[in-house]
Structure formats: structure tokens, C-alpha cells
Design a protein around this ligand. Structure first.
Ligand code: PGA
Ligand code: ZN
Length: 436
């Protein structure tokens, strides 16, 4: 029998078996975990997350339907891993990610993984990477990026949740902070922790402290979307940081959730806006508040407005495509040709394999776009995405707020990586600096 002694540079990375099981995510919903055993004895395990505000062009998440768990069970996806997928990948090499993922794509045979499920294929794709890293005896980020993987990502940390993650209490989905003047990842977390704490105190003083939203941000008990922005600036100041210089704001508008075909509704503000009205509002916010990044400022079906917004603000603002680009290399190239957005959110389960997600990052880099590896609102203790951010050197990481175990597992994993990199670590500084 193989032992750990077989691991290292020459370890036999042939996949022996792939198992899967149903586990549960941070919303108490079923999701897929896969576990891979290699010939050398190394194993790898990974859990797939789930979104709530999804782009329509995302790869298909296979759910069982029916009455149990709101139709969200994943026993078919689990069976697909244990049956068809396990048979097809046994004998392949876990350290040839491209060949493994190509096999998964070919086996599924549909353009969006609708037959086997992107949740089934991604679990296997990620578990294989973990197993290959274990076989070499190195952490996943180092397996992916080699000795050159020393760039720590700038974290985007949610302070107030909103949109689909907070019963649409406010329209904007994420009110986040970034720490452009922090010297290390650890320091960025320290600053975010203080802002998060002070934001909680402000809410308490106003008797607006009503717990947290899906990703751990404070529940957004505000009279308007703009009041949330003003409160965030107040929290940054009370925590003792210079807004814009030390701690700046990143937003996810998730505008595809606000309407379609260039018509947007801000329910809380009782406003109906066309594309240019929404652009005008966002530009006013950018002029008034220390905002350095806006994700999905417009709907996924509104590319022309994306172009207009990018022309108006792209030089001083990171403009991120999430639902708009769904981690898809071809969509990134199309957007770059149009001049729409200047950054892509990278969510592996939007595509269903690591290789396709990586291809979107490669396309982004080629186009001069920034990249932000991102969690989903339904998460688990799985920390794969942290390793992707460091291993691929994307320079940014978004995992939700500064509370709840499924979020903290990821921030804490990044701390361990930074400690391991020691003096070789540098914190990425991808965002425009703002002084007010
Ligand atoms: P989701 O949203 O994971 O609920 O789809 C996260 C985001 O929009 O960034
Ligand atoms: Zn988003």
C-alpha cells in the first residue's frame, strides 16, 4: 500500500478513485463534496459553493427538484461523480489539470454542464488539484503557482450585506472595504476588523442592529442606499482610518437583480432608472464617497451601458464584471473588445472546472483587466479559492464579511499562507488610490 513516503516530486499522481458525498453549506442547503485518492496514496477533497444572485450564463448547477430541501438536493450530482465521472477519470493524472478538465467537459457534452452538473464537475476538478498538491507535499497555492506565487491578494471585505443576501432590504448587494494603504494582508484584515466592529457599534447606537446578512455583513437597516454609504464612511472614520487613503469602498451593485433591458428599480429609494440614470447615480456616488471599485454596475444584458460607464469612470474606478462575465474567457475577450468593464470576478462554479476559470483569468490579463477570485453567498469551510488567488497571482480576493465561520476560514487560511511566505510575501495594490 502507498504511504506518504511515496509523495514528492516523483509521486504517482494517477487517479485511483473519486468519491462524493452530500454536505451542507452556510445557508443549510445541500452541496457536493468530492474526494480523490491517487496511486501514491495522496488524497484531495473539495466542496462546491452556491450563489443566490446568479448570472444567467453561469454553468448549470444540478439540483434534484422535488419537495425535499426546497428542491435543492444534490444526490443526482453526487451520483454522477461516483458513477460516470469516477469511471471516466480513473487512470488520468491529477497533476494534468488541463487533460482532466477537458475530459470532464467532453464527458458532460453540453455547453454549460447541464447534463452532469457544474457542481459535480467542479468538485472533482478541485479535489484533483488538492490531491496533486498533497502528492507533491506542498500547499495548493504553491502547487499552482510555484515558488513565484508570492503575491497576497488585496481583500474586499463586506461590511453591510444587501440585495438578494438580505431580503432586498437595500438594493445594493455588497458594501465592502478595501485597504489600499495596508502593508500586509494581515494588516488589511486588522483594519477591516476595526471597521466592521465600528460599523456594528454605529448600528447599535441607532437601534438598527438586527444581526447579519447571508455573507456576514451587518443587516442593512437603512432608509436609503446612500445612507448605507454614508454610514460606511462614518464607520471607517470612527475606526480611525482616512477614508479613501487608508480604507476605501468597493460596491457590488449586482444590477442584474434590479431589472432587465436597461430598466432598473431601486425599491428602497422608490426610483425607476434607465441605464443612463443608473450611470448618473453611480457617478455621483463615486464623486461623493471614496469608492474605488464597483461590480456589476449595470445588468448582464446591458453591455452598451457597461461601455458608457467604463468610458466615464474606468480611468479612476475598477469596474468588475460578475454576472456580466461569469468567469468566461470568451465573454472577457468580447467585453475587452467593446471596452466594457476593466476587471473580472472569478468564481470557479460559474464555469465548472478550474481550467476554464483559469482561462478567464488568462484572458483578463491579456486584456489588461484585473481579476478578483470570489466566494459565493452559499459557502463552506472549503478554502480552495484562497489558494487560487495566491497561486494564480490575481491580486484580489472577495469572500464576504468579517464574521461567520465559512468566511473566516478563508481569511484565516490567507493569514497562514502569508506567514508561510514570510518575507517573500507582498500585498497586491491593484486599485486606484483615492484622496478626498
Ligand atoms: P452570489 O453573489 O454568490 O449570491 O451569486 C455574490 C456576488 O454577486 O458577488
Ligand atoms: Zn457580484
Amino acid at each position: 500500500m502507498s504511504t506518504t513516503d511515496d509523495r514528492g516530486a516523483g509521486a504517482d499522481c494517477t487517479i485511483r478513485t473519486v468519491r462524493a458525498r452530500r454536505v451542507w453549506d452556510s445557508r443549510g442547503r445541500p452541496t457536493v463534496e468530492a474526494e480523490t485518492l491517487l496511486a501514491c496514496g495522496a488524497t484531495g477533497r473539495a466542496i462546491v459553493p452556491a450563489g443566490a444572485s446568479k448570472g444567467t450564463r453561469e454553468a448549470h448547477e444540478l439540483r434534484d427538484g422535488g419537495a425535499a430541501f426546497g428542491g435543492l438536493d444534490v444526490m443526482q450530482a453526487v451520483a454522477n461523480v461516483e458513477g460516470e465521472i469516477a469511471r471516466a477519470v480513473a487512470g488520468l493524472r491529477a497533476d494534468d489539470q488541463a487533460a482532466l478538465d477537458a475530459r470532464l467537459i467532453e464527458l458532460d457534452g453540453t455547453p454549460n454542464k447541464s447534463r452532469l452538473g457544474a457542481n459535480a464537475t467542479l468538485a472533482v476538478s478541485m479535489a484533483a488539484a488538492h490531491a496533486a498538491a498533497a502528492a507533491r507535499g506542498v500547499p495548493l497555492y504553491e502547487y499552482l503557482g510555484g515558488a513565484g506565487a508570492t503575491l497576497m491578494p488585496m481583500p474586499q471585505i463586506q461590511i453591510f450585506g444587501g440585495g438578494a443576501h438580505a431580503g432586498r432590504r437595500v438594493d445594493v448587494q455588497d458594501f465592502m472595504v478595501v485597504c489600499p494603504a495596508a502593508k500586509t494582508f494581515a494588516e488589511a484584515l486588522e483594519w477591516a476588523a476595526e471597521v466592521y466592529r465600528h460599523a456594528g457599534l454605529v448600528m447599535k447606537e441607532r437601534s438598527s442592529s438586527l444581526g447579519v446578512a447571508d455573507e456576514g455583513g451587518w443587516w442593512p437597516d437603512f432608509a436609503s442606499n446612500e445612507q448605507a454609504l454614508a454610514t460606511l464612511v462614518q464607520a471607517i472614520e470612527r475606526a480611525g482610518y482616512a477614508p479613501g487613503e487608508q480604507v476605501a469602498i468597493a460596491l457590488d451593485i449586482a444590477a442584474s437583480e434590479l431589472g432587465r433591458a436597461g430598466r432598473y428599480t431601486l425599491g428602497l429609494d422608490a426610483r425607476e432608472l434607465d441605464s443612463d440614470g443608473l450611470i448618473e447615480l453611480l457617478l455621483r456616488w463615486v464623486d461623493t464617497y471614496p469608492i474605488v471599485s464597483i461590480e456589476d454596475p449595470l445588468g448582464e444584458d446591458d453591455p452598451d451601458a457597461f461601455v458608457r460607464f467604463t468610458r466615464a469612470a474606468g480611468a479612476r474606478l475598477q469596474i468588475v464584471g460578475d454576472d456580466f462575465l461569469v468567469s468566461d474567457a470568451a465573454l472577457v475577450r468580447d467585453a475587452a473588445a467593446l471596452g466594457a468593464a476593466n476587471a473580472v470576478l472569478l468564481k470557479p462554479n460559474q464555469r465548472g472546472t478550474l481550467s476554464e476559470t483559469r482561462a478567464a483569468w488568462d484572458a483578463a490579463r491579456e486584456a489588461g483587466y484585473a481579476g478578483i477570485v470570489s466566494a459565493r453567498s452559499g459557502e463552506t469551510e472549503d478554502t480552495t479559492i484562497v489558494h487560487l488567488a495566491v497561486g494564480w497571482g490575481t491580486g484580489q480576493l472577495k469572500v464576504g464579511s468579517f464574521a461567520r465561520g465559512e468566511r473566516m476560514a478563508k481569511w484565516n487560511e490567507a493569514l497562514r499562507i502569508e506567514e508561510r511566505l514570510s518575507t517573500r510575501a507582498t500585498l497586491a495594490r491593484p486599485l486606484p488610490r483615492r484622496t478626498r
